[in-house]
Structure formats: structure tokens, C-alpha cells
Design a protein around this ligand. Structure first.
Ligand code: GLV
Ligand code: GLV
Length: 320
């Protein structure tokens, strides 16, 4: 009997086609709306494998329903949406999609850094609002990038890809990570800093840490107070590593200069979100890995993980 796979979003046929003869595939009907929780709970009861997105919360209650489930393939590098400890306890393998999205996410991180520093969105809106009447010395003047210090918090694969870009831009590179990265220190001249040192020195503080018990609300009131008043804060990891109330206060009090955010404490946000009220904050709807090439590669990797598991060769990228 073919393994039954449940996929929590409607995927294009070209992703599924190579696997049609190996799996019994069932899929939620919508491309852009998440599967309702009660339907997900019913479907996992029958599934041997699950392909899910970060919009799904794979918690104890769901895992308890999933008595046949052997593998969860998450379409993301982060897996804070899954109770991994409980899944592991139940003998369920969890896989993610590392590496394939690192360069794309680093591109977005740098886009957001540059858009925030050079006020790109504000400048574009200025034209749409018909405000361009003169050329003035300091009109829409932003902040330089070259010659400045970037402080990368979380020097994983994405962090290193950001550091390579920063090197090309002539920035001084500092980083903080649980472990030192001798390779990156050598090849990129990245300088290790204690967290507090990085905060007081960096012109750009860039969060790329995964969300864990240890990083939840890592960026709190104290942290924003330690940053330079000229610092720009960029977050492309998870919203919950930031205390958003503290960030709003820091911006209101001019404790930091600006922020660029791809992620939020509770997603999706609505247009009444307080962070959308600042001209000096650029907000994006969690699009770090969103290139057509990379999203395709992530989906393929999810399918390859399921296939590897069920054909006995082993999942390609199990989380360690
Ligand atoms: C998306 O946020 C991911 O973790 O890949
Ligand atoms: C993601 O792949 C990371 O390790 O930063």
C-alpha cells in the first residue's frame, strides 16, 4: 500500500508529478488560505506523511491524533511551529529546508537593510503622493551603508550569506552566535562579539536567530536601550525574538533610528499594527525566501524528504 501524504496547501502539479506513483497524495484545496485546524486534525489521522507550512501549528493535540504519522516535512528552515520534542518522543521524524533558501533570504535581508537605510519606500511614496517640488540638500537623505558596522546576531548559513554581501559593500562585520565561526572569521574577516558589545558597536543590528526558548524576546527593552541612537534594526528571522512593544517604544523615544522587519510577533498583521505608523520602519509580509526559484526548491526538498524516508534511503534534511 502506498504511503498516504497530506499536503496542507494546494501545490502545482509539476512539484507532485514525479511522486504520483509513489504516494497517495491528498491536498488542502486552497493555494492561499491555510487549512482549517479541524480539517487538518482529521486528515493527519489517516496520513503517514505530512507536508506543512509555517502557518500550521503542529502541537501535542495534533500529534496525538496522528497515530499513523511517521514524518513531518516542514516547508521552512525554521520549525518553531512544530512541537519537535513531542514529535520525536512519538517517533516522528521532522525535516526542514535548510541551505536552499540561504542566498535568497540573504538577498532579502540586504534589500530590507538598504531600503531602510536609504528610505527607498518613503522616497517612492513621495512621488506617488506628488510631493517632489524641489531638489533639496537633505530631502530624503538616509544613512550610509559602506564603511559602517553590521552586527549579525545568529551566524548560521543565512548569517554567513549576509556577511558575504556586507563584505562586498565595504562594511565592518561583527557577529554574535552560540559558537564561534572560525571559517567566517577567516574568510570574511567577521569579528566575534559578546551580545552586549555587538549592540553598543553596530550601526546595523541584524537578527537571524532561530526562535527557541532561549531566543524568545531576546530583543527587549534593555537591548534596544543599549543600541546606538543611530542604529538600524533589521529582523528577518522570527517575530517572537522581538518584544514588539519594546520596539515600538524604542522607536517612539528615538532610542534607535529605524527598523526593517520581515516578521512579526503574530502573523499576519493588519494595517492598524502600530509598527506601520512609523515613516522610518519598513515592514514586509514574511517574504525572506520568496523567490519563485527558491520556493520551488523548498517544495521539491520537502517531497525528496518524504520520498527518501519512505523508500528507505533516509530523509535528506532531518533536523538535528
Ligand atoms: C521561513 O520563515 C523559514 O523558516 O524558512
Ligand atoms: C539557516 O539556514 C541558518 O542556519 O541561518
Amino acid at each position: 500500500k502506498k504511503p498516504q501524504i497530506f499536503i496542507t496547501r494546494k501545490l502545482p502539479e509539476h512539484i507532485l508529478e514525479p511522486f504520483r506513483d509513489k504516494f497517495e497524495i491528498k491536498m488542502w484545496e486552497s493555494e492561499d488560505k491555510p487549512v482549517p485546524n479541524n480539517i487538518l486534525h482529521n486528515e493527519v489521522e489517516k496520513a503517514d506523511g505530512l507536508l506543512c507550512l509555517i502557518s500550521e501549528r503542529i502541537d501535542r493535540a495534533l500529534i496525538d491524533r496522528a497515530t499513523n504519522l511517521k514524518i513531518i516535512a516542514n516547508m521552512a528552515v525554521g520549525y518553531d511551529n512544530i512541537d519537535v520534542n513531542y514529535a520525536t518522543e512519538k517517533g516522528i521524524i521532522v525535516t526542514n529546508t535548510p541551505d536552499v533558501l540561504s542566498e535568497t533570504t540573504a538577498d532579502l535581508t540586504f534589500s530590507l537593510l538598504m531600503a531602510t537605510a536609504r528610505r527607498i519606500i518613503e522616497a517612492s511614496d513621495y512621488l506617488r503622493e506628488n510631493k517632489w517640488e524641489n531638489w533639496s540638500p537633505y530631502a530624503l537623505a538616509g544613512t550610509d551603508i559602506f564603511g559602517k558596522t553590521i552586527g549579525i546576531v545568529g551566524m548560521g548559513r543565512i548569517g554567513e550569506a549576509v556577511a558575504r554581501r556586507a563584505k562586498g559593500f565595504g562594511m565592518k562585520i561583527t557577529y554574535h552566535n552560540r559558537n564561534r565561526k572560525p571559517e567566517a572569521e577567516k574568510s570574511l574577516g567577521a569579528l566575534y562579539r559578546e551580545f552586549d558589545e555587538l549592540l553598543t558597536e553596530a550601526d546595523y543590528v541584524v537578527s537571524l536567530v532561530p526562535l527557541t526558548g532561549a531566543t524568545k524576546y531576546l530583543f527587549d527593552k534593555n537591548v534596544f536601550e543599549k543600541m546606538k541612537s543611530s542604529a538600524i534594526f533589521i529582523n528577518v528571522s522570527r517575530g517572537q525574538v522581538v518584544d514588539e512593544t519594546a520596539l515600538v517604544n524604542a522607536l517612539q523615544e528615538n532610542q534607535i533610528k529605524a527598523a526593517g522587519l520581515d516578521v512579526f510577533e503574530k502573523e499576519p498583521i493588519q494595517n492598524d499594527h502600530p509598527l506601520l505608523n512609523f515613516d522610518n520602519v519598513v515592514c514586509l509580509p514574511h517574504i525572506g525566501s520568496a523567490s519563485v526559484e527558491t520556493r520551488t526548491r523548498m517544495l521539491e526538498l520537502c517531497m525528496e524528504n518524504l520520498d527518501g524516508f519512505f523508500n528507505g534511503s533516509g530523509p535528506v534534511t532531518p533536523i538535528s
